[in-house]
Structure formats: C-alpha cells, structure tokens
Design a protein around this ligand. Structure first.
Ligand SMILES: [Fe+2]
Length: 266
C-alpha cells in the first residue's frame, strides 16, 4: 500500500528573479530523490507564479508537466500572486490562467482522492476578489466556500475509502498582520478544527504565504489537528547545518504525524 505522505511546495513566485531556474533544480532533486522521500503527491500551496502573466504560467506548467511525467500527482491551490501583479491587483484573466495551465477545475473546495488521502484545496482569494476594496494581499474564503467545505467533510467522513484528510490553501490562517491576513481564518478553524468531543475533522492543515517554515505545535493541540504546517518559500536558497546551500522541501507524513525536510543541493 502506498504511503500516506506528500511533499509541499509553496510561494515559488515563478517569473521573479531566478525562481524559474531554482524550481527546475528543485524538481530535478525531487525526481532524483524519489526513494529517499517516498512521496508521489505534491501539494503546491500557491503563489506559484509572481504576477499572473501568461509567460509565467507557461513556465509553471513546464514544471508541473515534468513532475507529472515522472509519475507525481501535482495538486495546486491558488495564491494572491497567482491572480495578479504584486499579489494585490487581481484580475479574472490571471485567475483563468491558473486553471487553464495548472488545474482545470476552478470550483472550490476541490477534492483529489489519492492513495486513501483526500486532498482538499481551497481558493483563499475567492471572496477576496469578489469585493472591491483597497489593494492588499489579504485573502478571504467566503461563506459559500466554507459551507461547501463543511458539507464536503461530512461526505468524506462517511466514505470508507478515505483514511486521511488534508486541507491545503495559500493564506496563513494564523497570521494576522494587516494587509496579509486571511480575513475569515477563524471561520475556517471552526469548520475544520475541534468542534466537539470527536476532535478535529481533518488530519493536516497546510499553507504558505508567509515564507516562513513552521510547524504550529500549540495550534495543533488547541484545534486537535495532528498537523498544522506553514511552508517556506520553496525557491529560496538556505544554509543547512553543515553550511551548504540547499533548498528545503517539506515532507509531510500523515501516518507518522511527522514533518521532515528534504534537502536538495542548490
Ligand atoms: Fe501570498
């Protein structure tokens, strides 16, 4: 039986600086180290591209295709930068490109059931885009999407093929800085978190946006969600403990409840 684990990519910002070259190195490493990380699912939590331009999406699709051809399943949730320049000037044209180039289904919450794991992706820009307001990098899921999520979780809980449930989105639900927050993060926590004596309704909540790698242990306890995890910016070069330049890719294991780092030489 396939392992219930996945790799998380986030905030790749393809189109800015060397990010396209960097993600190519990362993808080569992921393919080469298949036996080491033992994942076949990749969850890409938004800001895939930097400005929503077509040429950027063409590069992103090239990356996705390379992974797909190597046998990986790639699941992507959109971020604020995917929908427009500087992550604040959203347009329907940029939004349509995310779905044209990366995923044909734009009706969220979206569910991909792979190897006993239901991966639910959310669009944290859905309600944000519907409202005209002062430009910022906030997100908002909206009541409609949260109501659907609630219903979807009910359905998945009565499906015996579903062993684990992952919710993935771009915006960080525990980051409250002005112009960057997920406006309805508290409502999301009510839907997925510890509502009653039965505990939480999901096994992992993963996101990006803040470019900060962090497992939120206190929040896991509070909401009784086994894994709450914020990814770093995948295309940033970091130093490892030996001082070498590496990319740090998150490896999340839903059976062991572990979050490890796969290092790829930069
Ligand atoms: Fe973002």
């Amino acid at each position: 039986m396939a392992k219930m684990r996945f790799l998380q990519l986030s905030d790749t910002h393809i189109g800015r600086g060397d990010n396209f070259e960097n993600i190519q190195v990362v993808v080569d490493g992921i393919v080469e180290k298949k036996d080491e990380h033992q994942c076949r699912v990749i969850v890409w939590t938004g800001d895939v591209v930097d400005d929503g331009h077509k040429w950027q999406y063409k590069q992103a699709k090239q990356i996705k295709d390379q992974l797909t051809q190597a046998g990986f399943e790639v699941i992507a949730a959109p971020g604020n930068h995917d929908y427009g320049p500087q992550g604040i000037f959203e347009s329907n044209r940029a939004k349509s490109r995310f779905h044209k180039f990366l995923h044909h289904d734009d009706d969220y919450p979206r569910v991909d059931l792979i190897d006993g794991v239901a991966y639910i992706t959310l669009d944290s820009m859905e309600k944000e885009m519907a409202d005209v307001e002062f430009p910022g990098a906030e997100g908002e899921l909206g009541v409609d999407q949260l109501t659907e999520l609630d219903y979807t979780l009910g359905e998945l809980h009565s499906n015996s093929n579903v062993k684990k449930i992952v919710v993935a989105l771009h915006h960080h639900p525990f980051y409250f800085r002005q112009f960057l927050a997920l406006r309805d993060g508290d409502k999301l926590k009510k839907v997925v978190g510890n509502n009653d004596e039965h505990g939480a309704r999901i096994h992992a909540l993963v996101f990006g946006h803040k470019h900060y790698l962090n497992r939120l242990a206190e929040k896991e306890k509070k909401y009784k969600i086994p894994i709450i995890y914020s990814s770093n910016k995948t295309t940033s070069v970091k130093k490892n403990s030996a001082g070498a330049a590496v990319y740090k890719i998150s490896v999340i294991d839903l059976e062991a409840n572990s979050c490890d780092i796969l290092e790829i030489n930069a």
